[in-house]
Design a protein around this ligand. Structure first.
Ligand SMILES: [Zn+2]
Length: 89
């Protein structure tokens, strides 16, 4: 299962015998789906307390996605931008 915030694999929780007893991560609300422990502590809980605006998380996710893109994907990602600003000769 992937974390909905940072897109990394959510770590399994192991009991003292090394057996997985929980692999569902944490409730990411007010974000969608499930999240890893790091995002729960650093992002989800502070957001619930009103310390981080949700808009800043969305921006962080866009930046994260861009870092994992290939040069071709990045080109496609930025393709619509000249249209937004108007193509000048
Ligand atoms: Zn995460």
């Amino acid at each position: 299962m992937k974390c909905e915030i940072c897109y990394r694999q959510i770590e399994d929780r192991l009991d003292e015998n090394g057996k997985v007893y929980w692999s569902e991560g944490n409730n990411a609300a007010p974000y969608e789906g499930r999240c890893c422990d790091a995002c729960d502590c650093l992002i989800v809980i502070p957001t619930r307390m009103g310390m981080i605006p949700m808009s800043s998380i969305s921006m962080g996710q866009v930046l994260l996605k861009q870092r994992s893109m290939s040069p071709e994907e990045l080109e496609k990602f930025f393709e619509p931008i000249p249209r937004i600003f108007g193509e000048e000769e």
